[in-house]
Design a protein around this ligand. Structure first.
Ligand SMILES: [Zn+2]
Ligand SMILES: [Zn+2]
Length: 366
């Protein structure tokens, strides 16, 4: 079985929908022909020139990286900086580069879940669930077509709440209409008032699936004109958002936990605020720069918050209520390359999959 880059991208998009990325982000296929056949995939935290060289030597023509190496519009391509040089090298050698960034940070089985697994956290939940990404569809269907319409809606991705699928609310009532002279009604006659026994189906769905869900509704619905409403919901989506909180199976003394963290995450250095003399049971995490989640971490009841890129004054905000740990951006997210390889291997069993052996961390410690 030969796959195209487009097929790999659409599989990854189904795991971490691009709609879940932050507005500043650039998670997408940055360079490469979507129709090219995939020879091999190299997974990496960063796409650098050295990683492109590694892809060439491994015979991989697709790099899947967590961090997009291009964030801003480029106006020239002369190789004056590493961004341009990486791009030029990739294009010259037919290497595609796909970035799966804050969308992968924000899904329940993404970057933070991988960190949680490394540390041994269970009962994981999103620390700051996203709002404004759920809609509700109310559709009116003649009773006889109820099953086929519901099946189509569920197949298109509607009606999932946490571990439950096929979630809907159904009520019975009557629909009225008068077909015009030019109408071609499934039920009723032209210019004749009709009253039909109908079912109202209400289902929630992720906003980014709206087009495919309405398409499925219209295809499965027997009427010429389909009556439906879409409402935007204020509900949080518990499955999507920044950071994660979870629990250790047994509480650990603070120093023991820091030693455990250091060994499980392969850390050279942990920068942390003063210990608060509480055993560690609940742990908040955010791979990459996550200090904006400090209040959410405190509210979650976590004794410790693990993230990176914390500035001097931000450490003061721990205020003896929580221990802030800065473990380094690269170190906090390095296992993302393993996560990417695991995700890809679920579907692409016959594509050669690798993760980079190059240390792309721009920071070294003396
Ligand atoms: Zn990240
Ligand atoms: Zn990052």
């Amino acid at each position: 079985m030969v796959y195209t880059i487009r097929e790999v991208v659409s599989f990854l998009d189904s795991i971490a929908p691009p709609a879940y990325q932050e507005s500043y982000d650039n998670a997408q296929l940055i360079t490469g022909d979507p129709n090219a056949k995939v020879n091999g995939i190299l997974c990496s935290l960063d796409a650098t020139e050295a990683v492109v060289d590694e892809a060439i030597s491994l015979g991989c023509n697709l790099i899947v990286a967590h961090h997009p190496f291009v964030f801003k519009g480029l106006k020239s391509f002369t190789g004056k900086n590493y961004v341009e040089r990486t791009l030029i090298k990739a294009i010259k050698n037919d290497i595609a580069i796909f970035a799966i960034h804050t969308n992968l940070d924000h899904v329940a089985h993404g970057v933070n879940k991988k960190i949680a697994d490394k540390i041994g956290l269970t009962k994981t939940k999103i620390l700051s669930p996203k709002k404004g990404i759920l809609n509700k569809l109310s559709a009116f269907v003649p009773s006889a077509a109820m099953e086929q319409v519901m099946t189509a809606l569920f197949d298109a991705g509607a009606g999932k709440i946490g571990e439950y699928s096929g979630c809907s609310f159904i009520s019975e009532g009557s629909g009225t209409f008068i077909p015009s002279e030019n109408a071609n009604p499934t039920i009723g006659r032209k210019n004749n008032p009709e009253k039909v026994s109908e079912i109202k189906i209400e289902v929630m769905f992720p906003s980014h699936l709206e087009r495919q869900i309405i398409k499925a509704l219209k295809k499965a619905h027997p009427y010429e004109e389909v009556a439906y409403y879409i409402h935007q919901l204020e509900n949080e989506n518990q499955e999507v958002g920044a950071g994660m909180v979870g629990e250790l199976s047994n509480a650990l003394d603070e120093k023991d936990f820091l030693a455990h963290l250091k060994s499980r995450m392969n850390l050279q250095v942990i920068k942390h605020t003063s210990l608060i003399n509480k055993p560690i049971k609940k742990v908040a995490i955010c791979g990459g720069s996550g200090i904006f989640l400090l209040n959410a971490a405190k509210k979650s009841g976590a004794e410790i918050f693990i993230t990176s890129d914390v500035k001097y004054h931000e450490f003061f905000d721990a205020d003896n209520q929580i221990v802030i740990c800065d473990i380094g951006h690269y170190e906090s997210e390095i296992f993302t390359k393993e996560l990417l390889l695991e995700l890809l291997s679920q579907k692409f069993t016959n594509i050669a999959l690798y993760f980079t052996k190059i240390v792309t961390n721009p920071i070294t410690y003396l």
